[in-house]
Design a protein around this ligand. Sequence first.
Ligand SMILES: [Fe+2]
Length: 397
Amino acid sequence: MKYPDIELNPFFSWANRPRIMYGPGIRSELGFEMGQLGGTRAVIITDKGVVNAGVAQLVADAMTKSGLELAGIFDHIVQDARIDLINEGAAFYRDKGADCMVVVGGGSVMDSAKAINILIGDGADDFMPLAEQAALWDGAKPLPPHIVFPTTAGTASEVTTAIVVLDVDARVKLQVTHPYNADIAMLDPELTVKLPPKITAFTGMDALTHAVEGVTSSGAEPLADACGLHAIRLIFRYLPLAVHEPDNITARGNMLIASTLAGLCFGNVMTGAVHATAHALGAHYGIPHGLANAIMLPVVMASNVEAAPERYTMVADAMGIAVHGMSDAEAALAAVQAVKDLKNDIGLTQTLRDFNVPNDSDELQQTVELAASDSQISYNPRYLEDSDILELLLKAY
Ligand SMILES: [Fe+2]
């Protein structure tokens, strides 16, 4: 399609960290690259799932073979970046006398690791006061060397400055940002082939949501558009393949690239109501982030169509829909249908009903309030009252 007549955002900024390296087996470069950063003795931050799948060992082997000393493996991270485990991870790093970190995992691991490195860099031992500040940019200094291997193609925490942490006691997710994320993101598709189809599917939907919400965000700008739209092309081409043929390195590699592109997109222009509601649903009902996004994405898209019709037409075009001859409204609705079809193809049929979310206005009130106070809601292309958010949740039941 021809580029539409879209108003250029008069001001935007673009962050360029970290360096990105891609390649099946790129982990063999770990020792050399960490040495260049000044790291000699690394702690691996990961979780038990990654350890049990043998993936942490693949990285540990590559590490020692390439001359980087292994100080220890911290594998206590669980779903969501929990503040108590972040504090525990920082204590582990110090006890082991490490001077750098290698991170192997999905979003919860990568977010936890970013927070652990902030504690190490600041010489602090409790992340809670930092999480309450939310933006840690004032006087921020570079942190110890940090190389990350994403093992899911979804959250893109490897390239964003955001950390979503869970305050377990308050059942609230807090978003924290710090300008120094990882030094290098190594995208090694060999580390993702063991990811089960179900998790491949919903993390892939997280990546798609980043791209769609980024391209349609109120902060959208051309650099983010380029990344987000290409991410959508790659996801529609390769996510079904990655789900149905887990060993397909081409599909896995393209999904890692798509996820990173989508991360560069939303990391600079933010997301919208899908993420705001998904954060609230995750905090109150424990719905995994990607799955909550997958449930909310078509519902939110349908409600946003009129607020940014040209942008949803670009999204439809990137999905492979023949938009020529369609009105913007028709193209946008075709994009909503394409998301539903993709979800069916990859086996994601859940709704909020499957997670015991109440179908009742009063009982949903706290979730609505949490979504309405989420930092991402203000980037949604359409302004949403609490009653609009409630309606979105009820439609996703
Ligand atoms: Fe996300």
